[in-house]
Ligand binder design. Sequence first.
Ligand SMILES: CC(C)(COP(=O)(O)OP(=O)(O)OC[C@H]1O[C@@H](n2cnc3c(N)ncnc32)[C@H](O)[C@@H]1OP(=O)(O)O)[C@@H](O)C(=O)NCCC(=O)NCCS
Length: 165
Amino acid sequence: MAVSLRPQQPDDMHLLTGGQSPFDDFGPASRTEPRPARLDADGGLAVIAADGQLAGDVSWHWTQWGPTAGSRCPMIGIWLRPEYRGHGIGTAAQAQVVELFFRHTTVNRVEAHTDVENVAEQRALEAAGFKREGVTRGAQWRDSTYHDGILYAVLRADPRPSLPA
Ligand SMILES: CC(C)(COP(=O)(O)OP(=O)(O)OC[C@H]1O[C@@H](n2cnc3c(N)ncnc32)[C@H](O)[C@@H]1OP(=O)(O)O)[C@@H](O)C(=O)NCCC(=O)NCCS
C-alpha cells in the first residue's frame, strides 16, 4: 500500500478525532493542535493514503531505559480513520516512521505498545519489522480500567521488510 507522511495541519484536526476503536478510548479528545513534525521531541505526522486523502496519524513519545540519553528511544503510535483500516496502511506508515528514526537520528531502538487483544496492530507491527518482546501487565489505563499490553521493538540491526513507499 502506497502511503506518505507529511506534517499535520490545523485543517486535519477535525478528521483526527481518535476514538472509534476499543483500543483507542482514552477519554474525550483534548488535542486540537497539530503535533510537531520533529523527531527529537514528542511529535507526529499525518498519514496520507494513495487517494491523497488523510488516512490518520502516526505519533511518538520518547522513553528512556537508563539514566543517560543513549538509552532514549521513541515509542510510536498510530490511529487510522475507520474507512482506511485493513488496507495495509498501518503496516506501511509504521514502517516509514521506523525508517525516519533510523535515518535521521542515532537511536538504536524504536518501540511500540499495543493491547493484548489488538490483533490488527500486532500483525501490522510484525509486518513492519517489529519483534514482540513481552507482556506489560496492567500497564495501560484506558476506558476506566487497566489493560495488559504487548511491548514491541525494532532494533537498528534487525532485518526490516522492504515495503512500497
Ligand atoms: C491498528 C491499525 C493501525 C492497523 O492498521 P491497518 O492498516 O488497519 O492494518 P493493515 O491493513 O496494515 O493490516 C495488518 C494486519 O492486520 C490484519 N488485520 C487488519 N484488521 C484486522 C482485524 N480487525 N482483526 C484481525 N486482524 C486484522 C491484516 O489482515 C494484516 O494481517 P496480514 O498482513 O497477516 O494479512 C488500524 O486498524 C487502526 O488504526 N485501528 C484503530 C486504532 C488502533 O488500534 N491503533 C493502535 C493502538 S496501539
